[in-house]
Design a protein around this ligand. Sequence first.
Ligand code: FES
Length: 144
Amino acid sequence: MAPLDLANEAQIDAAQTEGQSVDIQVTNPPSESNNPMQEERKTGMSTIKFLNENKEVVFASGANLRFKALENGVDLYTFMGKMMNCGGYGQCGTCLVEIVEGMENLSPRTEVEERKLKKKPDTYRLACQTMVNGSVTVKTKPQK
Ligand code: FES
């Protein structure tokens, strides 16, 4: 008997009722998925890849980028930033990062960012103002 399409349950039921053996052909088993976006949707977990530190952090959607970096030992600040950062209130601009991939997975720029980053490329964000909703690649301490 030719393999049956899994979607055709009626055909499978009929064959089993008649005592026939049923060959089931699974065309795309979930365990063989190589697509990280499909995997992300299934698990609700995404990754932040910090390029300079060569570190990947798995997180649940909606995380704050600064918090996730600090929580995982990623140093966001230059020497002056370490001494004078505002603690994540969007006032100092020292938590500047460049988004290399996954810009579409971030919250839009806040008003504070629009003001502070007026002269910076669109790919620059303040980590403390950025919520992450999917996988991204981040470069800390970008050239100013
Ligand atoms: S920590 Fe000060 S602006 Fe982000």
